[in-house]
Design a protein around this ligand. Structure first.
Ligand SMILES: Nc1ncnc2c1ncn2[C@@H]1O[C@H](COP(=O)(O)OP(=O)(O)O)[C@@H](O)[C@H]1O
Ligand SMILES: [Mg+2]
Length: 270
């Protein structure tokens, strides 16, 4: 269903993504790992057409999405919703309006300017917030929410587009372990329940191991690993992260492992 064929992106002298090639034949949950600068974000941005590829093909359900222009390109962009590390919500706007913005490219400019949303969309937005466990936050300003809640609002906004693919660029890098777990659980659940493909850039190894069906390791623009979490041994991880760089299980392991402790502490302090 998704076929990435020799996709390359060059910035000046720098090859950010170097002939990336892989095939996904069902809506899997895929983690992309690698050091900072490995090319993870550039890859997601090419998928979403936020940046152009220098060469290569990305085929989704038969079409080369790198060639789409105009309305077709915009339609593709709403089929693959993006989630970012910094949530990218409108901070002073209420939560429901933020979620409704996921329908913006379907609506007329006039309706958008006046913040007019069809009733059916408002109901849908609230249903999605309910599903993600944050419906009670609906009237609040986005900035009043915790990071984990804000990221769930961003996921709700993405779901409003009814996307086939969710592209998440380090979705938990700004979150504490507790919220990181909630957000990853949410993405996993959306993947399993809705059959949506999720491709997430993850800065830590064990989040990828724990949540993904398949892990792609990038180093200096190249895919140096593509396999299951079980195949992602310490040796492979060293290869992805580089032997001499500060690789260690500790450096690449999130504090998600210590979640039980964090939950315990919070319960004790409550
Ligand atoms: N807009 C850009 N202009 C020039 N170089 C860029 C740009 N975006 C990314 N790069 C370079 O491409 C490489 C890959 O970056 P990026 O995709 O952000 O990596 P990652 O997300 O894995 O940290 C880096 O060397 C980065 O400096
Ligand atoms: Mg990045």
């Amino acid at each position: 269903m998704l076929s990435v064929e020799s996709v390359t992106r060059i910035f000046g002298q720098n090859i950010a993504v170097d002939h990336a090639t892989f095939v996904v034949d069902r809506p899997a949950m895929i983690g992309i790992i690698g050091r900072s600068g490995a090319g993870k974000s550039t890859f997601l941005r090419m998928m979403n057409r936020l940046t152009d590829a220098t060469s290569g093909i990305i085929r989704f359900e038969g079409r080369n999405i790198l060639e789409l222009q105009g309305a077709e390109k915009r339609a593709w962009q709403s089929q693959c919703a993006m989630i970012f590390q910094q949530f990218n919500l409108v901070p002073r706007m209420d939560v429901v309006s933020n979620v409704l913005h996921g329908t913006l490219n379907r609506r007329s400019t006039l309706a958008s300017v006046f913040n007019l949303f069809p009733k059916a969309d408002i109901h849908r937005a609230i249903d999605i917030l309910e599903r993600l466990g944050i419906a009670e936050q609906a009237p609040k300003r986005a900035e009043a929410l915790s990071g984990g809640q804000q990221q769930r609002v961003a996921i709700a906004r993405a779901l409003m587009q009814d996307p086939k693919i969710i592209l998440a660029d380090e979705p938990i890098a700004s979150l504490d372990p507790m919220n990181a777990q909630i957000v990853m659980d949410t993405l996993r659940r959306i993947h399993e329940e809705d059959g949506r493909m999720v491709i997430a850039n993850l800065h830590t190894l064990d989040t990828a191991r724990r949540y993904c069906d398949r892990v792609i390791g990038m180093r200096a623009g190249r895919i140096v690993f593509d396999g299951t979490p079980e195949q992602l041994t310490t040796g492979v991880a060293r290869d992805i992260y580089g032997a001499d760089e500060n690789f260690s299980e500790a450096a690449t392991s999130t504090s998600i492992e210590t979640l039980e402790t964090a939950a315990y502490r919070e319960a004790m302090l409550a």
